[in-house]
Design a protein around this ligand. Structure first.
Ligand SMILES: Nc1nc2c([nH]c(=O)n2[C@@H]2O[C@H](COP(=O)(O)OP(=O)(O)OP(=O)(O)O)[C@@H](O)[C@H]2O)c(=O)[nH]1
Length: 154
C-alpha cells in the first residue's frame, strides 16, 4: 500500500520509442543482475545531475545502442508515474523517427522491433503499460500518410 504522507524523491527517467520506416518500435531486454531483469523496455535511463531530459536521452541512446540522435528529433509522446521502493519514478517517453547508425545492444540482452499493436506480447515493467497505450495513440495521430496535406488555401 502506498503511504501518500511519506514524500518520496522524484526519480526522472527518459525513454525512447525509436520508430522505423515500417512503423515498428525498438524494445530492449533488461540484462540479468539488474532490477526487472529479462523484461523488455524502451531504451533510455536516468538523468545525470544538471542534465536536461533531452540531453540525457541523446547520451543514453549513444551509450546503449551506439546511435546518434539530434535533439530536435525528439517528439514528446507520453509519460508515466509509478511509486518504486524509496523513490517515485517519472518516466518520460519520446518518439524518435530519425537517427544515425544501426542500433546495437551494447548494454541490453537483446533487441526486438515490434509493431505498437503487438507490444502487449512482450513482458514490460509495470510503468510501461500506460506508455504503450499513449504511444499507440500518439503514433495513430502523428504519423504522416503518403497523401499530401491540404494546403489550407481558401
Ligand atoms: N529505460 C527505461 N527504464 C524504465 C522503463 N520502464 C521502467 O519502469 N523503467 C525504470 O526506469 C529506471 C531506469 O533506470 P536505468 O535503467 O538507467 O538504471 P538501472 O535499472 O540500472 O537502475 P539502478 O542503477 O538504480 O539500479 C529503472 O528503474 C527501470 O526499471 C523503460 O521502458 N525504459
Amino acid at each position: 500500500m502506498i503511504d501518500s504522507s511519506t514524500p518520496l524523491p522524484l526519480f526522472p527517467v527518459v525513454a525512447a520509442a525509436l520508430v522505423d520506416e515500417e512503423g515498428r518500435v525498438l524494445l530492449q531486454q533488461r540484462p540479468g543482475g539488474k532490477a526487472l531483469a529479462g523484461l523488455w523496455e524502451f531504451p533510455g535511463g536516468k538523468l545525470e545531475p544538471g542534465e536536461t531530459p533531452e540531453a540525457a536521452l541523446v547520451r543514453e541512446l549513444h551509450e546503449e545502442l551506439a546511435i546518434t540522435v539530434a535533439p530536435d528529433a525528439l517528439e514528446p509522446a507520453g509519460f508515466a508515474t509509478e511509486p518504486l521502493p524509496g523513490r517515485h519514478l517519472l518516466l518520460l517517453l519520446y518518439v524518435i523517427r530519425s537517427w544515425s547508425g544501426t542500433p546495437v545492444a551494447l548494454e541490453a540482452d537483446g533487441l526486438t522491433w515490434c509493431q505498437p499493436a503487438g507490444m502487449g506480447a512482450w513482458p514490460m515493467p509495470p510503468a510501461d503499460g500506460p506508455l504503450v497505450r499513449q504511444l499507440a495513440a500518439y503514433l495513430a495521430d502523428n504519423t504522416s500518410s503518403d497523401v499530401a496535406p491540404d494546403s489550407g488555401t481558401v
